[in-house]
Design a protein around this ligand. Structure first.
Ligand code: NAD
Length: 487
C-alpha cells in the first residue's frame, strides 16, 4: 500500500493520478497497466494492477464496513446515494471528456451516459423494499423483510463503463451492502475517478474500486469474502463467473451478451424506419449488448428499407469522438478490433454481398466502417454470433410465424424490437419474442424503475427496478408467537 491522499474533491485531477480506492484510501500497486485512446491508439494513462493481497484488503475493509453501513437508516443511505449522483453531475464535463478519451464514444453518447448515470443514482435513491406484514393477529405476527446480502463484487465491461458500474453501485448501497468495483482493464479511468471522488460522502470501505486485469476478476469470483457478484460482460465470461462463484455459493446477477432481432413489418415507411433501425443497430458503434444485431425485413419492403438504411448510413460521420461532428467512434480496444475484423474476413470468404462498407483500412485508431450485409445465410457467423461491432446482417422474411421462430432461434434472449404501423400486429409479434426487453416502435428506452435482464444465455437475474434492488438482499421471514403462555 502506498500514497494516502485526502479526498478534497477540488484536488482531483481527471488527467492523471489514477488510483485504486481501498478502505477509503488512494492506493497504487507495484505494477501498472497502460490505458489507450482508441481513436489514436496512443497511451493516455496508466493504472494500478491490483495484487491479490490488495484485493484481500479491499474485501476485508468492505466486510468491516458492512455492519455499520447496513445499520445506517435507509433514509441516510438514500440521501448519500443521491448526493453521489449530484457529485457526478457537478463533474459531468470532466467525466464526459474522460469517457470519450478512454472509451472512444462521441460527445452525445458520453453525455447520455454521464448524465444518465447521475440521474440513475438519484432515482435508485428513491427506492426501497418495505417489510411485508403477512399476518398480524392477537396470536401471531409474520413479517417478510429484505436484508442486505453483504459484500458485493461488481465486475464491469468496457462499452458503458460508468453506467454499468452505477447500475450496481447505486442499488448495492441503497440495499445496505458494501461494494468493491472492478472496472474493465480497457476502461478503468472514469470508474476509478468516480469512486475516488465520492469517498468523503461515505464511511471508509463502503465503496472501493480496484483496477487490474482479468485475473483480478477471477480472484473476486472465487473469493470467500464476497457474498455476491454483480457481473456485466460476455456470456462466455459469465459462465466462468458462475462456475467460479459456485465454490462459495455466491449470489449472482449476470448481465450477458445478446443477439437482438429487429423485426420490420411490411407496412412501415422505409424512409422513416431506416434512421430508427440504424441507431437501434449502431448506437455506441454497435458495441452494445442491446444493439439490434439481426434485422429481419419483410420481403415487400426489403429493398426499400435496405436502400434507405444505406443512404442514411452514408450521412453518419465516423471518427474521433473528441471531434464535434463525430457520430460514431472507433472500436474500443485492439482485441475487439481483431474480433470484429474476423467477421469481415468471414463475410468475404463466404462471398456474402455487402450493401455498404466491407473494407477495413489500417489505423491510426481502431476504426471500422459501418457495414451492411445483404441477406447472408441464416447460419452464417455474422447472424449466429455477436460481432459487437458495426457490421450488421439484413435478412428477408415473408411469414410471420417463421420470422418469430427465426428471431427466437438463438441461445441469447436479451432484447428485441418490432417496427410497424399496425400496432396490433407489432404487439402480437413482440409478445412472442423470448427476450428480457421487447421494444415496440422504439428502442433502447431504459429506466431505473424498469426491470432489465436477459433470458436464456443472456443472463440470470435483473438490474434496475425493485426487482433489481431485491437482488442485493436476502429474503427473511420473521414469525412471532404472541401467546404469553407459549414459552
Ligand atoms: P468480458 O466478458 O470480456 O469482460 C467483462 C468483465 O469481466 C471485465 O471487467 C473483465 O476484466 C472481466 N473478466 C474477464 N474474464 C473474467 C473471469 N474469468 N472472471 C471474472 N471476470 C472476468 O466482456 P467485455 O468484452 O468487457 O464486454 C462485452 C460483452 O458484454 C458483450 O458480450 C456484451 O453483449 C456484454 N454486455 C452485456 C450487457 C448486459 O447488460 N446484458 C451490457 C453490456 C455488455
Amino acid at each position: 500500500m502506498a500514497l494516502t491522499t485526502e479526498y478534497a474533491t477540488a484536488r482531483i485531477s481527471f488527467d492523471t493520478d489514477y488510483v485504486s480506492t481501498i478502505d477509503g484510501t488512494a492506493v497504487t500497486s507495484p505494477t501498472t497497466a497502460d490505458v489507450f485512446n482508441p481513436a489514436t491508439g496512443q497511451v493516455i494513462a496508466s493504472v494500478p494492477v491490483t495484487t491479490e493481497a490488495q484485493l484481500d484488503e479491499a474485501i476485508g475493509a468492505a466486510r468491516r464496513a458492512f455492519p455499520g453501513w447496513a445499520a445506517t437508516p435507509l433514509r441516510e443511505r438514500q440521501a448519500i446515494v443521491s448526493a453521489i449522483g449530484d457529485r457526478l453531475a457537478e463533474h459531468a464535463e470532466d467525466f464526459m471528456a474522460l469517457l470519450t478519451r478512454e472509451q472512444g464514444k462521441p460527445r452525445a453518447g458520453a453525455e447520455w451516459e454521464v448524465l444518465g448515470s447521475a440521474a440513475w443514482f438519484k432515482e435508485i435513491a428513491t427506492q426501497s423494499l418495505p417489510e411485508e406484514t403477512l399476518l398480524d393477529t392477537e396470536e401471531r405476527r409474520v413479517v417478510t423483510r429484505a436484508t442486505p446480502v453483504g459484500v458485493v463484487g461488481a465486475i464491469v465491461p468496457w462499452n458503458f463503463p460508468i453506467l454499468l458500474a452505477v447500475w450496481k453501485i447505486a442499488p448495492a448501497l441503497v440495499a445496505g451492502c458494501t461494494i468493491v468495483v472492478k472496472p474493465s482493464p480497457f476502461t478503468p479511468l472514469c470508474d476509478l475517478k468516480l469512486v475516488e471522488l465520492v469517498q468523503d460522502l461515505l464511511p471508509p470501505g463502503v465503496l472501493s474500486a480496484v483496477s487490474g486485469d482479468d485475473d483480478l476478476g477471477k480472484w473476486m469470483t472465487a473469493h470467500p469474502g464476497l457474498d455476491k457478484i454483480a457481473f456485466t460482460g460476455s456470456s462466455e465470461t459469465g459462465k466462468h463467473v458462475m462456475a467460479s462463484a459456485a465454490g462459495t455459493l455466491k449470489r449472482l446477477t449476470l448481465e450477458l451478451g445478446g443477439n437482438d432481432p429487429a423485426i420490420v413489418l411490411p407496412d412501415v415507411d422505409p424512409q422513416k424506419v431506416a434512421p430508427a433501425v440504424f441507431w437501434a443497430a449502431f448506437q455506441n458503434n454497435a458495441q452494445f449488448c442491446n444493439a439490434a444485431k439481426r434485422v429481419f425485413i419483410h420481403e415487400d419492403v426489403y429493398d426499400a428499407v435496405r436502400d434507405a438504411l444505406v443512404a442514411y448510413a452514408r450521412t453518419v460521420k465516423v471518427g474521433d469522438g473528441g471531434e464535434a461532428d463525430t457520430q460514431l467512434g472507433p472500436i474500443q480496444n485492439e482485441p475487439q478490433f481483431r474480433k470484429v475484423r474476423e467477421f469481415f474476413d468471414d463475410c468475404h470468404a463466404q462471398g456474402h454481398t455487402f450493401a455498404l462498407g466491407g473494407e477495413i483500412t489500417d489505423g491510426p485508431g481502431w476504426f471500422v466502417p459501418v457495414t451492411l450485409v445483404d441477406n447472408p445465410p441464416e447460419d452464417s457467423r455474422l447472424v449466429v454470433e455477436e460481432p459487437f461491432g458495426p457490421i450488421l446482417p439484413l435478412l428477408k422474411w415473408s411469414d410471420e410465424q417463421d420470422v418469430i421462430r427465426r428471431a427466437n432461434d438463438t441461445p441469447y434472449g436479451l432484447g428485441a424490437s418490432v417496427w410497424g404501423k399496425d400496432l396490433a400486429a407489432v404487439e402480437r409479434v413482440g409478445r412472442q419474442i423470448d427476450a428480457g426487453t421487447v421494444w415496440l416502435n422504439e428502442v433502447h428506452q431504459y429506466s431505473p424503475h424498469q426491470v432489465f435482464g436477459g433470458h436464456k444465455e443472456s443472463g440470470i437475474g435483473a438490474e434496475n427496478s425493485l426487482h433489481g434492488l431485491a437482488e442485493y438482499t436476502n429474503w427473511q421471514t420473521i414469525t412471532l408467537n404472541k401467546a404469553p403462555d407459549a414459552v
